[in-house]
Design a protein around this ligand. Structure first.
Ligand code: MG
Ligand code: MG
Length: 260
């Protein structure tokens, strides 16, 4: 799974600091969207807010125009897992919405996602999101020098499998990040520990588990972007960008200062 031909980009302190600036823009945008995501709002409304907040911070959206993606954020509702396109879909009480956002500051990227309950969601749906979020944090805690890359996915899978009979999406994964949004290596959300590259200070990864209430099998919808569960079960998605520092994992896309 882990090829040896490519190198993982190593960032210096100044470059990590710029990634933190991008991460704060992403965090601020996502927090604004989290508060705005209520019944009656459309996903296009949220996209417009994201566009404004990113512009106000003199940053550039990572997603707009990326391989032709038509919006600033991805909005994935209920059975949509990732890569949903904002449109005139009206959010309704009980929906589960994942919002994914990326921003660039002076050429350096931040990428994060959160899952938001719209109004009041069922206990099963709320728990799915909470388990996926916990799995993300377990993965982030493994992002330290000397660990192996697959320690991250192993920790993520352990949390999700240990919490109940959830689907762990395997076809979409986390990734290296820095001077580009999607870089080597892929960061799977499953697997055995102790495999793949050894993590080093200066690497940065986007860690993003996706879990479902049913099947782990996904398909791409006719819009050629939206990834949805094959069985229409509800999905959750959480993501942070993390830097591997000499002092441990630094969560670059958190609103507050978080070093694990
Ligand atoms: Mg993302
Ligand atoms: Mg990502």
């Amino acid at each position: 799974m882990f090829g040896k031909r490519q190198r993982i980009e190593i960032k210096n302190t100044e470059q990590i600091a710029l990634m933190r600036e991008a991460g704060v823009v992403v965090a601020t945008t996502l927090e604004t969207l989290r508060q705005a995501a209520v019944p009656g709002v459309t996903t296009a409304d949220l996209d417009a807010i994201a566009r404004r907040v990113i512009a106000e911070h003199n940053a550039t959206p990572s997603f707009l125009g990326y391989h032709g993606f038509p919006a600033v954020i991805c909005t994935s509702v209920n059975s949509a897992v990732v890569h949903g396109i904002p449109d005139d879909t009206v959010l309704r009480d009980g929906d589960l919405l994942s919002i994914d956002c990326g921003a660039i500051v002076q050429g350096w990227h931040g990428d994060a996602a959160l899952t938001v309950p719209i109004g009041t969601v069922s206990d099963d749906v709320a728990r799915l999101s909470e388990v996926t979020r916990e799995a993300m944090w377990a993965g982030l805690r493994q992002a330290r020098a000397g660990n192996r890359l697959s320690d991250i996915g192993h920790a993520i899978e352990n949390v999700i499998r240990g919490a109940g009979s959830y689907g762990v999406v395997e076809e979409y994964v986390g990734h290296g990040i820095g001077s580009q949004m999607h870089m080597y290596p892929s960061v799977p959300n499953y697997g055995r520990p102790g495999e793949g590259p050894t993590l080093e200070v200066g690497m940065a990864l986007a860690i993003e588990p996706m879990a479902t209430l049913g099947s782990a099998t996904v398909r791409v919808l006719d819009d050629e972007w939206t990834v949805a569960t094959d069985d229409d079960s509800t999905a959750a998605h959480w993501e942070h960008t993390v830097a591997i520092t000499a002092d441990g994992p630094w969560v670059l896309t958190a609103l507050e200062e978080i070093r694990l």
